[in-house]
Design a protein around this ligand. Structure first.
Ligand code: SMG
Ligand code: MG
Length: 369
């Protein structure tokens, strides 16, 4: 049990090493809200996975910041003594907004774990101290540039390549990458750019022996994905559509996918992400850890999750250098064998470097009861 004394909400911005283009937009900069909570016993950090615009889901940075400032943080103060496990209930009066809720739930959990000198990984029952890394490759200007980027990431050691795809260039690009790399673990992510009318296209992709096709259809759909899954051989994986453990259960019972991408921010925090893991595991459905171009704070959380036993596929848990010249925390490095160490210090095991944090700050505000 602990009491939250203060919450600092800080908008930060870091340039990306190369633009990241998906079927819904291009990011050139990582901008997000960091929460630092002060409890009676410790401080804790959370990173909001929303972006500048509501392109991945309906949440976006300024909206998430306001939801925290106006509703969630006051509820946190009003709750008095609390345990992180009770925060779902404290925040239940706010509908939706999982990314905003996750930021605070994760920050309070981090503070609790630091106070008890427990690592997030051990709290989650992680069974590995290193995890296998994949990389998500944005839509490149040309097929030639895409092939070059993929070759570079393979040389770095990444164990799975995920290509962002969009209508128009999809099959040609996937076939080119597959032809150049017959043996690699290869997947694609459409970020909801297609409809069931595109079934033939996905049948053509079956020939490229993909590990999975991620979120081909509408960002909130389960039924049409189940229909598409019946029509093609390749496994579908859902990302955007899995917004909670309840949705994960629905997706598995409908047959909407055979693999689940777990992003703690998308489902409302690390405790809910663990429930998604448990549901998938008891249905023998493999899960892997997604990414939202996190700084070292969110990356540390992701690595702890990815070390849980049901995470049997490489995640989008890439090295800091894949995103930033200079991360907020000490950089996360991947070994040449494509694995990364799971932080084992108390809580998430890392904190922002103070000078770097100041340099990246766009605005900051401290809230007290
Ligand atoms: O963190 O390496 C990363 C990015 C992984 O492709 C990635 N994320 O739909 O899975 C996804 C996208 C969402 C982020 S788009 C800005
Ligand atoms: Mg995705």
């Amino acid at each position: 049990m602990t009491r939250v004394r203060a919450v600092e909400l800080r908008m930060i911005g870091l340039p990306l090493v190369r633009p990241f283009r998906t079927s819904f937009g291009t990011s050139t900069e990582k901008v997000c809200v960091l929460a630092r909570v002060e409890t009676d016993d410790a401080e804790g950090w959370g990173e909001c996975v929303a972006d500048i615009e509501p392109g991945f889901s309906e949440e976006f940075n300024d909206g998430a910041r306001l939801v925290m400032r106006e509703f969630l943080v006051p509820a946190l103060f009003a709750a008095g003594d609390l345990s992180p496990g009770a925060l779902d209930r404290v925040f239940a009066f706010v509908r939706g907004n999982p990314m905003a809720k996750a930021t605070l739930i994760d920050a309070v959990l981090d503070a609790e774990l630091r106070a008890s000198e427990t690592s997030l990984a051990s709290w989650l029952g992680a069974e590995r101290d290193r995890v296998e890394c994949g990389v998500s490759v944005g839509i490149a200007p040309t097929t030639g540039e895409l092939l070059e980027q993929v070759a570079g990431y393979l040389a770095d050691g990444y164990r799975r390549i995920k290509l962002k795809i969009e209508p128009g260039t999809d099959v040609e690009r996937v076939e080119a990458v597959r032809a150049a790399n017959p043996e690699i673990a290869l997947s694609v992510d459409a970020n909801a750019a297609y409809t069931l009318e595109d079934t033939d296209l996905f049948r053509r992709l079956d020939a490229s022996d993909l590990l999975m096709v991620e979120q081909p259809l509408h960002h909130d759909d389960l039924l049409q994905h189940a229909e598409l899954q019946r029509r093609i051989r390749t496994d579908l994986c859902l990302d955007e559509s899995i917004r909670s453990a309840a949705r994960a259960e629905a997706a598995l019972s409908l047959g909407s996918c055979r693999i689940v991408n777990i992003k703690q921010g998308r489902v409302g925090g690390v405790p809910e992400a663990r429930r998604v893991h448990d549901i998938a595991r008891s249905a023998s459905v493999p899960v892997w850890c997604g990414g939202m171009l996190e700084t070292g704070i969110g990356r540390a959380q992701n690595l702890a999750l990815a070390a849980m036993p049901g995470f049997t596929l490489p995640g989008d848990t890439s090295a800091s250098s894949r995103y930033f010249l200079d991360d907020l925390t000490e950089p996360f490095e991947m070994a040449p064998d494509g694995t990364m160490a799971v932080p084992n210090g108390p809580g998430i095991g890392v904190t922002p470097r103070p000078d770097r944090l100041e340099a990246c700050t766009l605005r900051v505000e401290t809230l007290r009861p």
